[in-house]
Design a protein around this ligand. Structure first.
Ligand SMILES: O=C(O)CCC(=O)C(=O)O
Ligand SMILES: [Fe+2]
Length: 284
């Protein structure tokens, strides 16, 4: 098969000796990898999915309406569009940063998962750092894990895709095709299928979504910093097929550098982020 049409998202056993190499190769080849045997407590994930489903179902969630300056809190259904889309996505979400006001019953577990994903993410950035070709590594203004150290910008997003409403606009989907903005994203596997990634020839592939797994993908900041060696692959969440229309939950953690980190000559992470937030309709 020609190399251009191969798209094998590796399932990486985090405990295997070759995990760092296999992870880096998969991120280079596809922009994605899927982690098995990761260290995050499955009971913590199950409790959070259950607890957040209940929160999204009550009108009181409006008390947590997002703050346009700090960008944290609850973003109601149809708040965000993909960069090239005028139609809003069919999703609601809650943005969590350190210090975000949270529903009290969920605060401790949510921040525990935030921290666990941050720790795992720093390990994964270290794997990438160690396995980059030297010419790419030499371009970095600081090592990838150091870009994250002390950053308060990493964003934990609790996503809730309700069962589809009857009145959806033509072309509206759960999440339109987009690339993530950040370094890497750790996505706690969704509660239902739907996530797809696009290969370099434009063909979409379902991303394996076993409930025990964590999906990792590279974002635009990583692509810029590595001159495209670690690409930001477009992905989307498609609507459920007729007859299987259930709500879907997922929990991505977007790992962001400190704002002053220089991604490429003349381009800081802070300036890059501001520009992208305007494009997706989250910042005026
Ligand atoms: O819900 C998912 O599985 C993916 C969500 C996503 O790509 C995002 O929020 O950036
Ligand atoms: Fe995404």
């Amino acid at each position: 098969m020609p190399a251009a049409s191969r798209f094998d998202i590796a399932a990486v056993d985090v405990r295997a000796p070759d995990a760092p190499m296999a992870f880096t190769r998969s991120l280079h080849d596809t922009g994605f990898a899927v982690l098995r045997h990761h260290p995050i407590d499955p009971d913590l994930i199950a409790r959070l999915y259950q607890g957040w489903a209940a929160v999204f179902a009550i009108p009181d969630i409006d008390d947590y309406l997002f703050d346009p300056v700090t960008q944290d809190g609850y973003f109601p259904f149809r708040s965000e569009n993909a960069r090239d889309s005028t139609v809003k996505d069919l999703k609601a979400f809650f943005h969590v940063y350190p210090g975000t006001r949270l529903p009290p019953a969920l605060a401790a577990d949510t921040m525990a998962l935030y921290q666990d994903l941050l720790t795992l993410g720093a390990l994964l950035l270290g794997w990438l750092q160690d396995h980059l070709p030297p010419a790419i590594r030499d371009r970095l203004t600081e090592p990838l894990p150091a870009m994250l150290a002390g950053s308060m910008q990493s964003l934990f997003r609790v996503l809730h895709y309700p069962a589809l409403p009857a009145d959806i606009e033509p072309g509206a989907v759960r999440a339109a095709a987009h690339e993530d903005i950040n370094l890497i994203t750790l996505l706690v596997a969704g509660t239902a299928p739907g996530l797809e990634a696009c290969d370099r020839t434009g063909i979409w592939h379902a991303v394996p979504c076993d409930p025990g797994m964590i999906v990792v993908n590279g974002g635009d900041m990583l692509a810029v910093a590595t001159d495209g060696y670690l690409p930001a692959t477009p992905h989307r969440v498609v609507n459920p097929p007729a007859g299987q229309d259930v709500a879907r939950q997922s929990m991505p953690m977007f790992l962001h550098p400190r704002p002053e980190v220089v991604l490429a000559p003349g381009l800081t992470a802070g300036a890059f982020l501001d520009q992208r937030l305007r494009e997706i309709g989250l910042k005026p």
